[in-house]
Ligand binder design. Structure first.
Ligand code: NAD
Length: 503
């Protein structure tokens, strides 16, 4: 029995919780009915923040402000170079407040601080990349339609975009959407998760400071049914960019369909890493641990299934187990921590329920599997489950916790079958020294990303998105700005028209 984790109380615990007000039309406002949401730190147990809690009236005001800013404001009409300058300024300001933002995300989500710093640094890079795309966005021209005709295809901003984000990467995910919508000239209403809204409010302040006109970005804290749902159904919203669970994504899409809104959906995942005997097994073992336990497994692209060749399964798993024992779990604010707190005690119970159901189904808890005793907060031991078979819930459903399920294969066909045998299609990994093997798996897997001899790397230049029930559309990459545009075809006729219809 390990000694209970000792979580030290940070200075913030002794201070009053920070209060965040809604951002509507460039002003900070309270909810009309005065309601607030308190967020307790999952790692440290004290109240970190209070957010003004929006409802239907605030959604209406925010959408109207975004609509006005789009219809009559400067933002969609200014030169792309001016928009890019504001996005670049915002990137610099984010960088200047990196430590503060990382600390907020850590305190509200329980993620390790070193990791949070990496996420905010990554977000800075994305804001800069989006600024570059603002300036290169362009349409098409067709001078090949005969001497009298010039066809021009414009890319115009789509309008008001509702952006809804989850709790697991609070600042990073809003940064995968908002800068591209802004680069295109759109205006937005943003709703972060009700559990991790603080850093998005800081982003709102940064954008105002960078020179964004009022009403272009409006930020609402609140719950899905009260705030997210009307943000999706509102008739003045033209597009919904949603990241969250497949369950809520389906509801969101059904609602958006009523007014034929464009949707972009980044949803759940159940991703496999396939390991062949000829791989660099030391690197693969490290990636298996990273893929399974990074962000406490609360990660859409977690490598939650380890699909390992029978011939090496025992030795490889003991290497993975030995590395897992060295993963530091504990205080999210400790620089050395690799796995922090679970987002909520309810979520921890749900994950623990998957582990006991897997045991009941005949699999074996090979490592971990228990909540860790601690003076405060909720922490789960990184868990490896072996002897998992394809039909078990632990092999098919998104667990969203630090739980690695191990399945074995004897042929490449079987490995591919296992990798594809889920409703999800977000990401996969393959480890082998053979280019033939890697290419066979990379081509055969039905997922939006495949990592070959690496795992969970990300670059703004590379599109990120999903097959099957993991979502719709792509974020990042050079076409990310185009997603927030409509195409308009204009036909210019020169000279007198001939070929009358009536004559
Ligand atoms: P969630 O679906 O519960 O909530 C996501 C957001 O939707 C929150 O802001 C929530 O308040 C809002 N919401 C809830 N009900 C709503 C409704 N009826 N209408 C509109 N909005 C509503 O997801 P979560 O628990 O916050 O996040 C975890 C999920 O997100 C996991 O399934 C994970 O895989 C997924 N995720 C996917 C990606 C990706 O890129 N594919 C990235 C991160 C997280």
């Amino acid at each position: 029995m390990n000694a209970p984790l000792k979580i030290a109380m940070p200075a913030e615990a002794a201070a009053a919780p920070k209060a965040y007000r809604l951002l509507i039309d460039g002003k900070h406002v309270d909810a009309r009915d005065g309601r607030t949401i308190a967020r307790n730190s999952p790692g440290h147990g004290f109240t970190v923040s209070h957010y003004a809690q929006a409802g239907a009236a605030e959604v209406e005001a925010a959408v109207q402000a975004a609509h006005k800013a789009f219809e009559t404001g400067r933002w969609p009409r200014m030169k792309a170079a001016e928009r890019a300058a504001i996005l670049l300024k915002a990137a610099d300001l984010i960088e200047g407040r990196l430590e503060e933002i990382a600390r907020l995300d850590t305190l509200e989500s329980g993620k390790p601080i070193a990791q949070a710093r990496g996420e905010i640094g990554g977000a800075v890079d994305i804001w800069r990349y989006a600024a570059s795309l603002a300036r290169t966005l362009h349409g098409e021209s067709y001078a090949n339609l005969g001497d009298a005709m010039l066809g021009v295809v414009l890319r115009e901003p789509i309008g008001v975009v509702s952006i809804i984000t989850p709790w697991n990467f609070p600042f990073l995910i809003v940064s995968q959407k908002l800068p591209f919508a802004l680069a295109a000239g759109c205006t937005a209403v943003v709703k972060p998760s009700e559990m991790t809204s603080a850093s998005t409010f800081v982003l709102g302040d940064i954008l105002m400071q960078a020179g964004l006109p009022p009403g272009v970005v409006n930020i609402l804290a609140g719950f899905g049914a009260d705030v997210g749902a009307p943000m999706v159904s509102h008739p003045l919203v033209e597009m919904v960019s949603f990241t969250g669970s497949t369950r809520v994504g389906k509801m969101t899409m059904a609602s958006a369909a009523q007014s034929l809104k464009k949707v972009s959906m980044e949803l759940g995942g159940k991703n496999g890493q396939v390991v062949f005997p000829d791989a660099d097994l030391e690197a693969a073992a490290d990636a298996a641990v990273f893929g399974g336990f990074f962000n406490a497994g609360e990660c859409c692209n977690a490598g939650s299934r380890l699909i390992v060749h029978e011939a090496i399964a025992d030795d490889f798993l003991s290497a993975v187990k030995a590395l897992t024992a060295r993963v530091t779990v504990g205080d999210p604010l400790d620089d050395q921590t690799k796995v922090g707190a679970m987002i909520s005690s309810d979520h921890l119970k749900k994950v623990a329920g998957y582990v006991s159901a897997a045991e009941g189904d005949g699999s074996q808890v090979y490592s971990g599997g228990k909540q860790l005793a601690s003076n405060v907060g909720q922490y789960l031991d990184p868990t490896i489950i072996r002897d998992v078979t394809e039909e078990m819930a632990i092999a098919r459903e998104e667990v969203f916790g630090p739980v690695l399920s191990v399945l074995t294969f004897e042929s490449i066909e079987k490995a591919l079958h296992i990798a594809n045998d889920t409703p999800y299609g977000l990401a996969a990994g393959v480890w082998s020294a053979s280019i033939d093997t890697c290419m066979s798996v990379a081509r055969g897997v039905r997922s939006g990303t495949v990592w070959v001899n690496t795992f969970m790397e990300g670059y703004p230049e590379l599109p990120f998105g999903d097959y099957k029930q993991s979502g719709l559309g792509r974020e990042l990459g050079k076409r990310a700005v185009e997603d927030y545009t409509e195409e308009k075809t204009i036909q210019f006729h020169r000279g007198q028209r001939t070929g009358w219809w009536v004559g």
